[in-house]
Design a binder for this molecule. Structure first.
Ligand code: 0PR
Length: 368
């Protein structure tokens, strides 16, 4: 660290130089995050110093967190849902597994996840010493529920279903998983980190939420399709009592118990998440999602014209293709099976799709 501080001018010029080294979002087709909505940035700036780790000091901010949980609970057909604002899907998934493990109280716990599960479950299982049993997906890249039945034993503490898989944008058969969960009395966690703010706004939404009686908890990330600032996710549980299984005593804070994984937590992204939901409302969110889905369909149609078939028809705005080459200048990702993967986030406007398709058409192996 330098002995004498530098001038604001030279500091800001240094920072903007570093910022220029970042990739702007304009040719990024691989990200599940996007440019925050302007209202999110404004709300974020208002709450910079807030700490939800000691909520009694920041009652207004804590009320916003409750509002976020309330709004998302209602969106997921359960007004009485418990929950709190996490740092994102990873923390929500870890916490859900902690709850499931605690509820079951067995000696050698295992969980059942689809092979399409996000790598946060590897982290969670490692931390919690839980065995991960992986279920293969069917030809539509959805979890095969017959295998789920086969893998369950008396030490199974949780079944995980994904509503909007990271790689292929698919929704697992959550309705069937819910029946299994009720039948076998097992905790069902739905990872809707991505799809949670897409599916409710589709014309024909696939079932994935608390309307299904077996669903015990849900992860959903405002910092993905919720257009908030980073980082904010939300873990929702069917009731507060389940969430409070994670409580520890916090004797010297303004509240005497905490169920969160992190201690100090900024209220700024939480305020931004609430701001976007309030500002856009269901109508505005439907418009955002409709735009992304329309662009996804246009991308699929365009890619097929140039001879690159879609790997699977996605349930949400993630499209994957049999296309071994990537046009220069674009950032796409590759799935574990090698498919080209494009996430049609709100920053991926129609003109971006058209520009990308133009560059695709110029690849040597494109059909003319
Ligand atoms: N669950 C699902 C279904 C996810 O897709 C993700 C993240 C998580 C959980 C974990 O969420 P957090 O990363 O918020 O803890 N999916 C993206 C991924 O890993 C995250 C991402 C976002 C990656 C932007 C790259 C990027 O540029 O692919």
């Amino acid at each position: 660290m330098r002995e004498h501080g530098c001038s604001e001018e030279s500091l800001l010029s240094f920072l903007s130089m570093k910022k220029k080294e970042d990739r702007g979002y304009d040719h990024v087709l691989s990200s599940m995050c996007s440019i925050p909505h302007p209202i999110a940035a404004k709300a974020h700036a208002m709450f910079l110093e807030t700490n939800l780790g000691d909520p009694g000091l920041f009652r207004g901010t804590a009320a916003l967190e409750e509002m976020l949980v309330g709004r998302l609970g209602a969106l997921f057909h359960h007004r009485g849902a418990g929950g709190y604002a996490t740092s994102g899907g990873t923390e929500s998934n870890i916490q859900a597994l902690r709850i499931a493990k605690r509820c079951a109280g067995v000696r050698d716990p295992n969980i059942i996840v689809p092979e399409s599960a996000h790598f946060s479950f590897d982290k969670a299982c490692d931390m919690l010493s839980v065995e991960m049993r992986t279920v293969a997906c069917d030809e539509t890249f959805r979890m095969d529920s017959d295998t789920v039945q086969e893998l369950i034993d008396q030490n199974t503490v949780c079944i995980v279903g994904i509503a909007g898989t990271t790689e292929y944008g698919m929704v697992d058969p959550i309705e069937v998983l819910s029946d299994i969960a009720v039948d076998r009395d097992i905790f069902l966690h739905v990872d809707a980190a991505f799809g949670g703010l897409v599916l409710p706004f589709l014309e024909n939404p696939l079932p994935f939420d608390f309307a299904l009686p077996g669903v015990a908890s849900i992860s959903v990330d405002p910092h993905k399709m919720g257009l908030s600032t980073i980082p904010v996710g939300c873990l929702l549980t069917r009731d507060n009592a389940t969430l409070h299984l994670l409580n520890v005593d916090t004797p010297y804070l303004t509240v005497k118990h905490a169920c969160t994984l992190s201690g100090t937590r900024s209220g700024a992204p939480v305020a931004s998440a609430v701001a976007v939901l309030e500002y856009l409302g269901r109508e505005g969110m439907r418009a955002v999602v409709a735009g992304c889905m329309k662009n996804t369909r246009r991308l699929i149609e365009g890619m097929e014209t140039w001879g690159y078939p879609v790997a699977v028809n996605p349930d949400v705005n993630v499209a994957t293709f049999n296309c071994p080459e990537t046009p220069p200048g674009w950032l796409v990702s590759r799935t574990r099976r090698g498919h080209m993967r494009i996430v049609c986030m709100p920053h991926v406007h129609r003109n971006v799709i058209e520009e990308f398709l133009q560059d695709i058409s110029e690849l040597p192996c494109s059909k003319n």
